[in-house]
Ligand binder design. Structure first.
Ligand SMILES: [Zn+2]
Ligand SMILES: [Zn+2]
Length: 159
């Protein structure tokens, strides 16, 4: 189908394997700390801050983890496509397709804060084209949609 390509979304242990493979393929090491940070991130269904992750990893390891070192790892994950930054939530989310680059379109629930995403390369491709036509170079669409997720919408009436 036009504007579509084959890609696989991962979850759970297979997501962690896919992330490790993607990081190693880019010449980076999969250290114990990086593995712990990725695992903590992958277990969040809401975008997580470096502080949230530092707290979770610290609890798992039984010793305090500095938010700064978590922040540096998250930064590396974003650069290597293992994680995405959700700008409107000022937080991070694990990328469910670490081997495959897309301009993900994030959906963030105003009610419970859960974040999911959809991929539509035709839509984001049109955004890129429009930005280039306006003289922008090195364009990078950031697309985030706020609303109410399917779970929160159940039972909500229009009253
Ligand atoms: Zn995506
Ligand atoms: Zn919700």
């Amino acid at each position: 189908m036009a504007g579509h390509h084959q890609h696989h979304d991962f979850a759970g242990d297979s997501l962690i394997d896919a992330a490790r493979t993607a990081l190693l393929d880019q010449g980076e090491q999969w250290t114990g700390m990086r593995a712990d940070v990725f695992e903590a991130l992958a277990h969040c269904d809401k975008p997580a801050s470096a502080y949230d992750i530092a707290e979770n990893v610290g609890r798992e390891r039984g010793k305090r983890v500095a938010a700064n070192s978590v922040y540096r790892i998250l930064d590396l994950f974003v650069r290597t496509n293992l994680a995405r930054r959700v700008e409107s939530a000022n937080a991070y989310i694990a990328n469910s397709h670490p081997g495959c680059r897309h301009d993900c379109i994030f959906l963030i629930c105003d009610s419970c804060g859960a974040a999911t995403h959809i991929d539509n390369d035709r839509l984001t491709g049109a955004l890129r084209e429009a930005a280039r036509a306006a003289g922008f170079a090195d364009v990078r669409p950031v697309v985030e949609i706020r609303g109410r997720c399917g779970d929160c919408d159940v039972g909500e009436s229009e009253a």
